[in-house]
Design a protein around this ligand. Structure first.
Ligand code: PLP
Length: 407
């Protein structure tokens, strides 16, 4: 009997995650041939020489013998209490360990929390550009992504009026990513209050992806959403991957706050899905309390003289000097999202540019349109390499853009 190819899930045809897609595969091919690349496609601190603080590693080692059994589906009680305590200290007075869920990274919790919420055709308001897992997980969980624009002309901040105009009777949730990947925007308090107002008026769940919460370069500190949301249902997400530089441990958390009468069913739905996957990776959970109660280890990296700050400054300077690039200086997180302008922008295609940059200059970036952005004139790089590497990267980018400007 002839063997037919295995069918895959049809909805996957609508799902994209190009950060680890075709270009990354091509990069691996080049590396296998012995080529040396500068890969700026993933915000993976460990790949750039960053390490988790020693007291986190010690906590995981100490916890290892007790990690062989399944844990609670919501996570280790002491880890959940530490997460709740941080949220209370920030002003979310109702944050409680019972309403904290530990997951295998924020990634798993994004999927699980959307799966717990959505019925077929329900709409989710998502930023454009976004971190593309949000759009992918909405689609895979039978929802419909509705993107609200965050324009470079407005420092990549969204316009609350524009968001509210997109609300329909099918809208269930308003997602925000703050500090933002890919743009580096950090949302001011008044903007967050306006978003809470929209959620309150239309009965939406707020979903705040705050995984970059301690990585801020500007003077204005990070403003968490939950304290402003009060009784409005709000799921705040954070984790160990970025601020604590331990992506590989796969530890994230979600904190559900808001009117108890309104969030009870949703809590049970997430709890059930958590139980179906038994528990999150246990060893990594032992680092949570150490991370949240130990000394701050990220701020120094984000100040002048700190590795992330200096790398960001090198990118800001290189873009300003380039003549082909316009950059909204990232206020936070670990990415820059430059736009190609001037002569080089004529007929510019972000994907073709990324291919040419990889093939001719051995630098891997992610095209801006991979972040659910309709226009094709941006690209994203991580700020994790040191400032010298960044200067070299922009020499190479400059050569490709100069060729394009001349042609
Ligand atoms: N959310 C955002 C905005 C991210 O940038 C990332 C990873 O880059 C994630 C979530 C996933 O993080 P985790 O490692 O916790 O799964």
């Amino acid at each position: 009997m002839p063997q037919r190819p295995l069918a895959t899930r049809l909805r996957l045809n609508d799902v994209r995650y190009e950060i680890r897609g075709e270009l990354a595969r091509r990069a691996r091919e080049l590396e296998a041939r012995g080529e040396t690349l500068i890969k700026l496609n993933i915000g993976n601190p460990g790949a750039f020489g960053f390490q988790a603080p020693a007291h986190l590693r010690e906590a995981v080692s100490r916890g290892l013998p007790a990690s062989e059994a399944y844990g609670h589906q919501q996570g280790l009680p002491e880890a959940r209490e530490a997460v709740a305590a941080v949220h209370r200290a920030r002003g979310a007075s109702q944050a409680h360990a019972d309403r904290v869920f530990l997951g295998n990274g924020v990634s798993e919790l994004i999927d699980l929390s959307l799966r717990a919420l959505l019925n077929p055709g329900d709409e989710v308001l998502l930023p454009s550009p976004d971190y593309p897992l949000w759009t992918a997980a909405t689609i895979l969980n039978d929802g419909f992504p509705v993107h609200y624009p965050c324009r470079s002309e407005n420092a990549f901040l969204p316009d609350p009026e524009e968001i509210e105009a997109l609300v329909t009777p099918r809208t269930r949730a308003l997602v925000l990513i703050n500090p933002n990947n890919p743009t580096g925007a950090s949302y001011p308090r008044e903007l967050l209050e306006a978003l809470v107002g929209i959620a309150r008026r239309h009965g939406l769940l707020l979903m705040a992806d705050e995984i970059y919460d301690g990585i801020v370069y500007a003077d204005a500190p990070f403003q968490p959403l939950a304290p402003l949301a009060g009784d409005v249902p709000c799921l705040s997400l954070g984790g160990l991957s970025k601020v604590h530089r331990a992506c590989g441990w796969r530890v994230g958390w979600a904190v559900l706050t808001g009117d108890a009468a309104r969030i009870g069913d949703y809590h049970h739905a997430i709890d059930l899905l958590g139980a179906l996957r038994l528990c999150a990776n246990v060893p990594g959970q032992f680092a949570v309390q150490a991370a949240l109660q130990g000394a701050d280890s990220i701020s120094a990296l984000c100040r002048p003289g700190g590795r992330l700050y200096d790398s960001r400054q090198a990118v800001v300077d290189a873009c300003a000097a380039s003549g082909h690039l316009d950059l909204v200086a990232p206020a936070a997180a670990m990415y820059a999202f430059p736009r190609v302008v001037g002569d080089a922008a004529t007929g510019f295609d972000d994907h073709l540019f990324a291919v040419e940059l990889l093939e001719t200059e051995r630098v891997l970036v992610v095209p801006g349109s991979s972040f659910n952005l309709a226009r094709r004139d941006h690209f994203r790089i991580t700020l994790l390499p040191d400032s010298e590497t960044m200067a070299e990267v922009f020499q190479r980018i400059g050569r490709v853009l100069a060729r394009r400007a001349e042609s």
